[in-house]
Design a protein. Structure first.
Length: 329
């Protein structure tokens, strides 16, 4: 549905949409949210990577004509679909989009303005909205650029790969690890370490459609066990990578590892609300030098969580209270 790449100039942004067994109306809404942006046809590239859906959505996409590039591959999971999109993409920048989500026009235009006016931008960070709020206020002032390493040293980050525009040349040979959950949590910090100039914004430019039947909401035991095992695998690999980095980058990645380890313990308490089971998880973390959590003042929440998990009474309190707090929400 597209002409040869040899006859086209390089787009400003390649949008990589990953699709698998979704209602096609959600996919079309996603595409339409991109087409509503101020990008000219030659400035955008919309790549739909169908990860081996039971039925191709092509019949419902014919109306888009040359506006899209459709790639169908054997089912291999989200990581392989995104990696395929990276290989196909020709844009200066990449934007990952899940096919059931949408971009919020006014806020996303602010991010496009940044990459148009700052050719040194390696990444533009933005926030998520679960309400599809299209009237979000956009700040008049531009963010102050900083290196990805320095930003990660002093801030907690959103791991989701859909939460930023990134330069394709900065991604280079970095790819998502196939066959795992939490692939974003591994990819994003490694990408930030490569980024010399990032522009962090607070605009909510991405509508995250939290569907009850999505992968992230599955709660069966097999699924939960794999999520936890994969999460621990990601944390361990990042921890091992940090040990080989220069000092400043090491400090940045160590903060991220500590944050993810805290999240892992939090999830363990929610998913295995038994003090004995949680202690077993902590013993496993200890064997990998991931527990106790480092004595750092990253955030107030981190400090309190670290202190509570370091003592039996505090851990017992967390095991009793956290599942109740979740039910009340």
């Amino acid at each position: 549905m597209t002409t040869s790449a040899d006859t086209q100039q390089q787009p400003l942004v390649s949008f990589i949409l990953t699709y698998y067994n979704l209602p096609t109306d959600l996919l079309c809404q996603c595409i339409d949210s991109i087409l509503r942006l101020s990008l000219r046809p030659d400035e955008r590239e919309i790549i739909i990577v169908d990860d081996g859906s039971d039925q191709s959505p092509m019949n419902n996409l014919l109306r888009y004509g040359d506006e899209i590039t459709y790639v169908r591959k054997k089912n291999g999971g989200l990581s392989t679909a995104r990696n395929q999109g990276i290989e196909v993409a020709r844009g200066t920048y990449l934007q990952f989009v899940d096919a059931d989500d949408q971009l919020i026009r006014a806020s996303y235009e602010h991010c496009l303005d940044i990459i148009r006016s700052h050719q040194d931008a390696d990444m533009v960070l933005f926030d998520f909205d679960e309400q599809n709020n299209t009237t979000d206020d956009v700040p008049a002032a531009e963010p102050t650029p900083v290196s990805g390493t320095d930003y990660m040293r002093h801030h907690n980050i959103h791991g989701m790969a859909c939460g930023y525009l990134c330069r394709r040349m900065t991604v280079a040979d970095l790819r998502f690890t196939p066959g795992i959950y939490h692939e974003d949590e591994e990819f994003t910090p490694l990408l930030l370490l490569r980024a010399e100039r990032i522009y962090p914004t607070t605009v909510k430019a991405y509508y995250y459609n939290k569907r009850p039947d999505s992968i992230i909401t599955k709660q069966d035991e097999t699924h939960t066990t794999k999520r936890m095992d994969d999460f621990l695998g990601v944390i361990r690999r990042l921890y091992q990578t940090a040990d080989r980095l220069p000092h400043n980058e090491q400090l940045a990645l160590e903060r991220r590892v500590a944050q993810l380890t805290m999240d892992y313990i939090h999830n363990a308490i929610l998913l295995t609300p038994s003090l004995t089971a949680v202690k077993e998880k902590l013993r496993e973390l200890r064997t990998y030098n991931l527990f106790p959590l480092p004595d750092k003042s990253y955030t107030k929440k981190y400090k309190w969580f670290r202190q509570l998990t370091n003592h039996d009474l505090g851990l017992m309190l967390l095991v009793k209270l956290l599942p109740r707090l979740k039910k009340e929400r």
